[in-house]
Design a protein around this ligand. Structure first.
Ligand SMILES: [Zn+2]
Length: 281
């Protein structure tokens, strides 16, 4: 199994105090968000490959250096695939990105438009997308909502990424959290573009919304574009896997349509890395 969405960071070093306080809103109770390698690897035991990243977003108080992520990955290199983070509103962001890829050997990019406060269609992003497309680096975008009060929700709408995919048709993109709560908007974007995917991380704890997202994915025939992720440390692997496998529990004997076993196991067993990294030849 592959997990395309996990984090590493040290909250005390990489978040502002206001962001640490606000993060209690994420699950509705206080969370210790600092990621420790041993606990992380124990949680990831079920996965063969795990994509891990931090976040850079000055606007909302996140700044995880790429070197920190590279050091984390270097402690379990057979399992972990590190992504760089990039905040295009900041000077030097391109130089930092080139360094993250070429020197620290990170293999993709995490962008958080709502957190950093930029429109993903902004011309400032073109150099990032071009570099990623030319070098076979997938880009994972946070899409949908968040708890940070300073984040700009308008930049999390999944339809914004339609134009990016039209401009960069060979760029591998993941729209995180299936754009929640705008999941149907996300599904119609991934349906249009062969190399645009969505991950289902952090959705199981809103079971009604998750159920409807997966039913809509079946109806639009895009379940093959859904990738599994856990959003650790916000959610654990076992709870995420169980939440997906139990997605039909809420409908009981109501006669409502069911998410098929093929959809559920397809998400869990998908060879996400083969889809995200262009194959030679
Ligand atoms: Zn995340």
């Amino acid at each position: 199994m592959h997990n395309v969405h996990t984090h590493t960071w040290d909250a005390a070093l990489h978040f502002t105090p206001a962001t640490i306080r606000e993060s209690d809103l994420s699950r509705g109770y206080p969370l210790d968000l600092t990621v420790r390698l041993e606990a992380f690897l124990a949680d990831m035991a079920a996965f063969d490959k795990v994509i891990v990243f931090g976040l850079k977003a000055r606007r909302t108080g996140y700044w995880v250096p790429d070197e920190y992520v590279a050091d984390f990955v270097a402690r379990a290199p057979e399992k972990l695939i590190g992504f760089a983070a990039c905040d295009p509103t900041q000077p030097e962001h391109l130089e930092e990105l080139h360094c993250a890829i070429e020197q620290f050997k990170l293999r993709g990019v995490k962008l958080g438009p709502i957190y950093a406060g930029f429109d993903p269609r902004d011309s400032r992003c073109n150099a990032i997308y071009r570099y990623c497309q030319e070098n076979g680096l997938p880009v994972l975008f946070h899409t949908g909502t968040t708890f940070n009060h300073a984040a700009l929700l308008e930049y999390g709408r999944p339809w914004l990424f339609d134009e990016v995919a039209i401009r960069f048709p060979d760029l591998r993109m993941i729209l995180a959290h299936c754009g929640h709560p705008f999941s149907e908007e996300c599904l119609v974007v991934i349906r249009k573009h062969p190399h645009v995917y969505a991950d289902v991380s952090a959705l199981y704890y809103r079971p009604w919304q998750f159920y409807n997202t997966l039913i809509a994915a079946q109806e639009y025939r895009v379940t093959h574009k859904l990738l599994f992720g856990t959003d650790y440390p916000f959610a654990t692997a076992q709870a995420s896997i169980d939440g997906l496998r139990q997605v039909n529990h809420i409908v009981g004997g109501s006669g409502l349509p069911r998410v098929s076993a093929e959809t559920i196991e397809g998400i869990l067993q998908r060879d996400a890395l083969a889809l995200l990294f262009p194959q030679p030849g």
